[in-house]
Design a protein around this ligand. Structure first.
Ligand SMILES: [Zn+2]
Length: 278
């Protein structure tokens, strides 16, 4: 609704009805509903002139409508943040509300990170989620991403391969791209070390991480690599990236059965039953 629409609507809402008639007092029109003036006198160039104004109930209505508009704009802004920030659509539903409670200790840490986000951001504290495949690292990271986005914080959740592909697709604008990532208060890189990369691409990924380091902006990284590998990489090509990550991120270990394998086995069981007796 535009401004004129709001004013029209307000005027209608405050029209005198059978229950409350507007009346005049000391020459000014008074609202019969709230008994405050709908007119005021202002001195213009030495003469007193009468102008229409909002009575108490009209201005309350006006404020309520403004608040409604603000809330809708905020809702739309958060929708845009989520579309831009969470590149894998399926992660949009990975929230604390949808947690199945299998990793209570870890999820408690994720929630604490969110609740103390201001402090985490100020002190540039990131997380390194490491451990075996299928132990809930990506779920942990996505819950943080969704929680912060819901509160209007710009977060980008992407993965190592997607980042390198995005950089590869650019010719000269790589620095611009790296700079554009600064607009995200939190950067989450899923699946670090998942694929062998060329020296050049590793250099670019290093630049991204280094840029966050220099700007004091936090980073969350997930990896299936053991912490010992991050601390002492067997391939020297990765050492610059890993040592920055160690400087910026607090390691959190994930262990337990492979959830993906469990889900796959359940599906397999179902399929077996379906085809049994054929
Ligand atoms: Zn009124």
């Amino acid at each position: 609704m535009n401004f004129d629409g709001i004013i029209e609507d307000l005027a209608k809402k405050c029209e005198p009805s059978e229950e409350h008639f507007d009346y005049y007092k000391d020459g000014l029109l008074i609202c019969g509903k709230c008994n405050t003036p709908k007119e005021c006198v202002v001195e213009v160039l030495g003469t007193l002139r009468k102008f229409g104004c909002m009575c108490k109930c009209q201005s309350e209505e006006y404020r309520a409508m403004q608040e409604q508009i603000r809330q809708r704009e905020e809702f739309e802004r958060i929708g845009r943040l989520r579309t831009q920030g969470i590149q894998d659509r399926c992660y949009c539903n990975w929230t604390f509300e949808n947690d199945d409670g299998r990793n209570p200790q870890q999820m408690d840490k994720a929630m604490r990170y969110c609740l103390r986000w201001e402090e985490m951001y100020r002190d540039n504290i990131g997380l390194l989620l490491w451990g075996d495949v299928g132990t809930g690292k990506t779920f942990f990271a996505a819950c943080i991403a969704n929680y912060l986005i819901d509160r209007g914080v710009p977060v980008l959740m992407t993965n190592f391969i997607r980042l390198s592909n995005a950089l590869m697709a650019l010719d000269e604008d790589r620095n611009e791209y790296i700079k554009s990532l600064d607009s995200y208060k939190l950067l989450i890189i899923d699946d670090l070390g998942a694929e062998r990369q060329s020296d050049y691409m590793l250099e670019q990924v290093y630049n991204i991480i280094d840029s966050r380091y220099k700007n004091g902006q936090p980073l969350i990284v997930t990896t299936n690599l053991p912490l010992s590998e991050i601390k002492n990489p067997s391939d020297i090509k990765y050492s610059r990236i890993y040592s920055r990550i160690i400087e910026m991120c607090v390691p959190i270990k994930f262990e337990g059965p492979d959830r993906r394998k469990e889900i796959f086995n359940l599906k397999l069981e179902k399929a077996k039953k379906l085809f049994e007796g054929d």
